[in-house]
Design a protein around this ligand. Structure first.
Ligand code: URP
Ligand code: ZN
Ligand code: ZN
Length: 479
């Protein structure tokens, strides 16, 4: 199938041009005016529209087994919802149980994800440590195209990585040229505060943010950054939610450390008042970690995104319906943590970012697609409109209005954290691998059409860091 997108403004992270885009065989084949294309190509009129790289959501959890239940969104429904919102690739997380072999968990997630309707890739979580983990990290990087490993510094007695594991795994990442990433919250403090709040009789969702104050995130962010600094390895912090963590990233970057930060559409927009509403189910529906923050932190995140301290946006899409959230009816620590957004992210970012003058069109592309592609080594296969890149494209209508709602969204969850919000700027058409998969509000997807995308390691940057470390080691000491 071939497609000619005519008359649109092509917006990349570095420039915008008025040009037609021709796609064939799943790739972008030509960009320009008066292109010579086959007469049977499907022609799409994109006048008045923007032709942008499809969104990349670098943080999703489809059908995650978590906190005694399983996330309601599967890889089929979740990737379809993403396409309806202009997101054409996700990076999900393989999360082995402690003591579970990494390769076994990886295979399980690969089997689940085979139903995806758009391209996908995986970060793999390091939840425990022994020699087999060390070996499997090598296999994952060198044979399976996994170039990033996740470390949960929270969720004690479950998937939390102790400092010893962080050190071992970060060091292994350095050897392999892989990117360590962290969920930065001090799990010991969370555990302590949860027990204290329960003892004081605070059992409802309003206690959730009290058990995870911003210092808890700031401390963990600083610890992870300092460990990475000591070892000379880059670091990526997922779902940065507060000033304390932003400040640590800004300081590290200012000192020349290679540290990256991601923020979520939810954290940019919502504050912690959502936990204090009288409707239990609605308050519980917002329980995620880190929690939504007191007013003021949202603007700090926006400024950090505008200024480059944070580079990417994601959703942490992890859906639990009301009956699942009800597991924590008498104890907030048992409410499954997670909120949705894979379908909403691009529209929310456009509406609050571009429409409010915080982001230019090109900056929007950078923070929704290109920067993730670069950081996770998908660029230029993904993240740009260029000859030879995958034809993953969103044709964006900046005038279209859309009301975000659980009643109409495609996400498999009975709640929308942006419920009732009318945004301006929405996908007109989404194209995945050169195929029109979303048009006129209708999805046209094929189960299993999504491909697993391998992401090679980053030997060059890492070799340079290793060389630097060796040359700067004190005499007589080998690092
Ligand atoms: O509350 C959240 N974020 N749930 C998903 C797991 C995680 O921490 O990313
Ligand atoms: Zn997390
Ligand atoms: Zn997550």
């Amino acid at each position: 199938m071939s497609v000619l997108i005519k008359g649109g403004k092509v917006v990349n992270a570095d420039q915008s041009i008025f040009a037609d885009v021709y796609c064939e065989g799943g790739l972008i084949k030509a960009i320009g005016q008066d292109l010579d294309v086959p007469s049977d190509a499907e022609v799409i009129d994109a006048s008045g529209k923007l032709v942008m790289p499809g969104g990349i959501d670098p943080h999703t959890h489809m059908q995650l087994p978590f906190m005694g239940t399983v996330a309601s969104e599967d890889f089929y429904s979740g990737t379809a919802a993403g396409l309806a919102g202009g997101t054409t690739m996700i990076i999900d997380f393989v999360i082995p149980n402690p003591q579970q072999p990494l390769m076994e968990a990886y295979q399980t997630w690969k089997d689940w994800a085979a139903r995806s309707v758009c391209d996908y890739s995986f970060h793999v979580a390091i939840t425990w440590w022994d020699d087999s983990v060390y070996q499997d990290m090598g296999t994952l990087v060198n044979q399976e195209g996994v170039n990033s490993f996740k470390h949960f510094m929270a969720y004690k007695n479950a998937i939390m990585a102790e400092d010893e594991t962080l050190v071992n795994s970060f060091n292994r990442c350095l050897e392999l040229g892989a990117m360590p990433t962290v969920h930065a919250e001090n799990g010991e403090l969370v555990d302590h505060l949860q027990k204290k709040l329960l003892k004081a009789g605070l059992t409802g969702p309003e206690a959730h943010p009290l058990s995870r104050p911003t210092e808890v995130e700031g401390e963990a962010a600083n610890r992870a950054i300092r460990i990475a600094q000591s070892l000379g390895v880059p670091l990526y912090l997922v779902h940065v939610s507060c000033k304390e963590a932003v400040d640590e990233i800004a300081r590290a970057r200012h000192e020349g450390q290679r540290v990256y930060g991601e923020c979520l559409a939810g954290h940019l927009e919502l504050d912690d008042s959502v936990y204090r509403q009288s409707n239990w189910a609605s308050a519980a529906a917002h329980v995620m970690s880190p929690p939504f923050r007191p007013k003021g932190h949202q603007e700090v995140l926006w400024k950090a995104l505008q200024g480059g301290t944070l580079q990417t946006t994601a959703t942490d899409h992890c859906c639990f319906c009301a009956d699942q959230k009800a597991n924590g009816k008498d104890d907030f620590t048992k409410i499954p943590n997670g909120t949705a957004g894979v379908e909403d992210r691009m529209m929310v970012l456009w509406d609050s970012g571009v429409n409010k003058g915080r982001l230019s069109e090109s900056e929007f592309v950078a923070v929704t697609s290109t920067n993730s592609a670069k950081i996770f080594n998908l660029y230029p296969q993904k993240g740009c409109i260029a000859v030879g890149s995958d034809a993953d494209i969103v044709i964006w209508d900046p005038t279209k209005t859309h009301t975000l709602s659980a009643k109409t969204h495609h996400q498999k969850i009975d709640f929308n954290i942006f419920e009732g919000r009318t945004v301006q700027g929405a996908p007109h058409i989404t194209i995945s691998q050169g195929n029109v998969v979303f048009k006129n509000g209708q999805l046209n997807v094929v189960e299993g059409a999504g491909r697993y995308i391998k992401r090679p390691a980053f030997p060059s940057i890492f070799e340079a860091v290793q060389k630097y470390n060796q040359s700067h080691a004190p005499v007589g000491i080998e690092r």
